[in-house]
Design a binder for this molecule. Structure first.
Ligand code: GLC
Length: 409
């Protein structure tokens, strides 16, 4: 399969669930707690003795992702602390060999397959339990070689033991190079085991897609990208973090991603018992309700070069979706349209909207005084062809005859 063909489902999907889960959910101060508090491994390992997620129900995770309108999931199979949620021949610090006594990754994969959800594995190259990670390949070539062997062996396990995997989401390559991690060899192995898999850019090789973190930044056209973002300010469960983003902010992020041709991977941090915090559930359900009404303006859309004074736009074939994030009242203008408009309507209600085309400007008239959907009202503009957009720099901005004091001197 070509790269383009492999990427097709993912680019249509636009929205996925990131899950940061591990023994760090017990201290509940985020997934970096071991590093930030400089906890020796032996002391940290005690969390694994307590980590027995009694309410872990991966089918419920999949249901929530579906309700939220998400089309794929990415779970931290092993984060920087070195605790593997999966069974591993090369580590004893794993869920099956500690209190949980089972392979949590297997349960997750099976639930995804049952629920028709695409499966992603997050995997951290670095492991804080290895002193060689801090010393590096120059100072400790032998220790480094051991670390890299272990990483390659675990990635092989993940790509061998769980059936078809859709995404491999590396992290933690810094501050070392692709040569240090032998990433080219690693990814060749991954592709031989999982020919259709998508690989992110964090093995220090570009591979299939870019991963801007906690901000939205479109890659150049032709280069796939996915912004990953948290729902509060934490990835792993953090009991003290109540800075939850309102649904409108999440929807705005999703529209920003789609209008730039990218995806949004939105994070949840389940508690140690396996349940997703109720605040996260509430936000995701509201986003899902909006997507239920307006999904057509997100899924399968392409990058759109124009925006309006009221928000952003997405594009699909002959159809332009105008996302009105700030409702202007009775009239709205869509600029730079060089193609003939056939019809304009409200996406959710299907109600037609009065319009007039004057030059490149499309005037929408007699709109309701208040936003029909305060989260984001989507207006659908249908064209007779794939719309062409005016490019001010290539085609010029003709301001018309100048008026005012500057001309009069
Ligand atoms: C950072 C953090 C990590 C988190 C990741 C998500 O790299 O180290 O904790 O998993 O971002 O993108």
């Amino acid at each position: 399969m070509t790269r383009e063909a492999r990427l097709q489902w993912w680019q249509e999907a636009r929205f996925g669930m990131f899950i940061h889960w591990g023994v760090y959910a017990i201290p509940a101060r985020g997934e970096w707690v071991m590093y930030q508090e400089h906890i020796p491994h032996e002391e940290y390992a005690r969390f694994a003795k307590e980590f027995n997620p009694s309410k872990f129900d991966p089918d419920a995770w999949v249901r929530l992702a579906r309700e939220a309108g998400m089309r794929y999931m990415v779970l931290t199979t092993r984060h920087h602390d070195g605790f593997s949620l999966f069974d591993s021949q090369v580590s004893d610090f794993t869920a099956p060999k500690t209190a949980a006594k089972r392979d949590l990754v297997r349960a997750y994969v099976e639930a995804c397959h049952r629920g028709g959800m695409r499966v992603g594995f997050y995997y951290s190259l670095l492991d804080w339990r290895y002193g060689a990670y801090f010393r590096g390949p120059q100072k400790d070539p032998e220790g480094w070689a051991n670390l890299v062997e272990y990483v390659h062996a675990q990635v092989r396990e993940l790509c061998t033991n769980y059936g078809k995997i859709d995404i491999l989401w590396y992290d933690g390559g810094w501050p070392y190079t692709a040569e240090d991690w032998r990433s080219a060899e690693l990814n060749a192995m991954v592709r031989s085991l999982q020919p259709d898999i998508l690989i992110n850019n964090r093995s220090q090789l570009p591979e299939d897609f870019d991963t801007p973190e906690q901000h939205i930044h479109a890659s150049p056209p032709g280069r796939p990208w996915e912004a990953c973002m948290t729902l509060n300010n934490s990835w792993g469960y953090n009991a003290a973090d109540d800075a939850w983003k309102p649904p409108k902010q999440v929807i705005t992020h999703l529209v920003q991603c789609a209008s730039g041709g990218g995806n949004l991977l939105l994070n949840v941090g389940p508690k140690a018992d396996g349940t997703i915090p109720p605040e996260s559930e509430r936000i995701l359900r509201q986003v899902g309700e909006w997507l239920g009404r307006n999904g057509g303006a997100i899924y399968g859309t392409e990058r759109c070069p124009i925006s309006t004074s009221t928000g952003l736009c997405t594009l699909k074939g002959h159809t332009l979706y105008v996302h009105v994030l700030r409702w202007p009242g009775k009239e709205l203008v869509v600029p730079r349209l060089m193609s003939k408009v056939l019809s304009v309507s409200l996406l959710a209600e299907g109600k037609p909207i009065k319009f007039e085309q004057k030059g490149d400007r499309l005037f929408l008239r007699d709109l309701p005084g208040r936003a029909p959907d305060p989260l984001d009202t989507v207006i659908v503009v249908e064209f007779a062809e794939e719309p062409r957009f005016l490019d001010y720099f290539a085609e010029g901005w003709e301001p018309g005859p100048a008026v005012g004091p500057s001309e009069e001197g």
